[in-house]
Design a protein around this ligand. Structure first.
Ligand SMILES: [Zn+2]
Length: 207
């Protein structure tokens, strides 16, 4: 197994729609093995093939109950709602609160090409939705209603850089200096609260 490089936002590969796997080959097995190892090394809950630069519909998820491998995953049922924190190995230093379905049922193929179904709620459901989003070029920052910086030192006046997130998300999330801090999810985090003050922000020069 080999650790693969995790592509970081805003690499355009993260915005592409991944292609279905049409044939299970040794390359797919190697990809699955490498993705599982790469996810574990990064302490991730999930990883999608585009995150290692491969535009194929392959994901791995590990919510602590063992690794789930899915080829060509498709959500066939979703219900309920949960609202909670999310991060992404491709977007270091940023977390966000995202509303997701509480329960999903997903069908796909296992590494032998056999049809399987995975159903889960809570974290597993969230991880499955997040990873399947990756296959469609969708990132959690597109869905987050609130974004937080986790790599800014507490009390730092260092401006939040637009590099980490989509520019229009940053514009919505920014408030003028001094009104940015509105409570903290994680120790030392600097929340970016999305507020109606977005219109004020538009005239504010972003880095
Ligand atoms: Zn991700």
């Amino acid at each position: 197994m080999t650790l693969r490089y995790i592509v970081k936002h805003p690499d355009p590969v993260l915005r592409k729609v991944a292609k279905p796997v049409t044939r299970i080959t040794p390359h797919i097995h190697k990809l699955l093995d490498d993705m599982a190892e790469t996810m574990a090394a990064a302490n991730g809950v999930g990883l999608a093939a585009p995150q290692v630069g491969i535009l194929k519909r392959v994901i791995v998820v590990d919510d602590g109950e063992g690794i789930i491998e899915l080829i060509n995953p498709e959500i066939v049922e979703m219900s309920g709602e949960q609202d909670g924190p999310e991060g992404c190995l491709s977007i270091p230093g940023v977390t966000g609160d995202v509303k997701r379905a509480q329960y999903v049922r997903v069908k796909g193929l296992n590494r032998d090409g056999e049809p399987i179904e995975v159903a889960g709620e809570g974290l597993l459901s969230r991880a499955l939705q997040h990873e399947i989003d990756h296959l469609n070029g969708v990132l959690f920052i597109d869905r987050a209603h609130t974004l937080y910086r986790t790599d800014a030192p507490q009390g730092s006046e260092k401006p939040v850089k637009a590099r980490a997130v989509r520019a229009d998300v940053v514009q919505q999330a920014f408030t003028k200096q001094g009104s940015v801090i509105q409570g903290s999810v994680n120790q030392g985090s600097l929340p970016l609260e999305s507020t109606e003050k977005a219109s004020q922000v538009k005239s504010h020069d972003l880095p």
